[in-house]
Write a protein that binds this ligand. Structure first.
Ligand SMILES: O=C(O)c1cccc(C(=O)CC[C@H]2O[C@@H](n3cnc4c(=O)[nH]cnc43)[C@H](O)[C@@H]2O)c1
Length: 227
């Protein structure tokens, strides 16, 4: 994704996170906005920890972030999310935070605590989807990647609006919410959600789609103002 920014960024080393700081306007009319890229790590816990570190450092420096974007490859639920297509989350939902009971899975919210969904700003979701041609829907966060048809069917039944699953979005969203920052999640589909089939993965195509999307949606991010 860094390839979407033609000028090399400056490396910023922080406790718990290393950023690439890039002028958002590189290669386009400059707006003065700054985008920091963070390789947040794999899984919700690592992603939350590194995002939290970056957010805290920015807040302590007196320059808090206006927006946090979680971007990566993901699995797509057929038929809504085809390989190589883009999904922007209008709901970022953790699929496996809760309790397994004899009567089925209970999310933590039904146990009386916690959060299972974060909702990105609607106007931003719309603007980014329009700029990139992405579909909008629920993006699930899982700690264990789906690898069977049974699990895919269970998730689909519990989350009929789900278009994609990844492993970081909810962690990033929790870190952002803790510091009052709005969040967005975008996934480029690298594989179908379902039985594990390594030969069906198209990681290169998905990363290329994500890089192209960055070039298109950066202007939408720069002009977006929280309401
Ligand atoms: O099972 C494998 O052989 C395998 C091969 C390459 C990569 C993986 C990963 O687990 C990548 C996890 C990474 O990518 C995101 N991702 C991509 N597709 C999915 C998915 O279907 N379900 C959940 N996460 C996915 C995820 O956000 C991680 O960052 C496995």
């Amino acid at each position: 994704m860094a390839e979407a920014f033609p000028e090399p960024g400056e490396e910023v080393r922080l406790p718990g996170a290393v950023l690439i700081r890039t002028a958002a306007g590189a290669g386009r009319p400059r707006t003065g906005a700054v985008i920091d890229l963070l390789a947040a790590g794999v899984g919700p816990a690592r992603a939350a920890a590194s995002t939290g570190a970056a957010l805290t450092a920015a807040a302590l420096a007196g320059a808090p972030y206006d927006l946090v974007v979680s971007a990566g490859i993901g699995g797509g639920f057929a038929p809504g999310a085809a390989l190589g297509s883009l999904v922007v989350a209008d709901a970022i939902t953790v699929a496996d935070l809760g309790a397994e009971t004899a009567d089925g899975f209970l999310p933590v919210t039904e146990l009386g605590f916690g959060t299972v969904t974060h909702r990105p700003p609607e106007s931003l979701v719309r603007a980014v989807a329009e700029a990139t041609g992405a579909r909008t829907g629920t993006v699930l966060t899982v700690s264990t990647m789906t690898g069977t048809a049974d699990r895919a069917a269970t998730l689909r039944a519990r989350h009929p609006r789900a278009l994609a699953e990844g492993m970081e979005g909810f962690g990033v969203a929790e870190a952002a919410a803790a510091q009052g920052a709005p969040v967005l999640e975008i996934r480029a589909i690298s594989n179908p959600v379902g039985p594990r089939d390594r030969a069906a993965w198209r990681i290169g195509d998905a990363l290329a789609a994500l890089t192209a999307a960055f070039g298109k949606f950066a202007p939408a991010l720069e002009s977006w103002k929280p309401v």
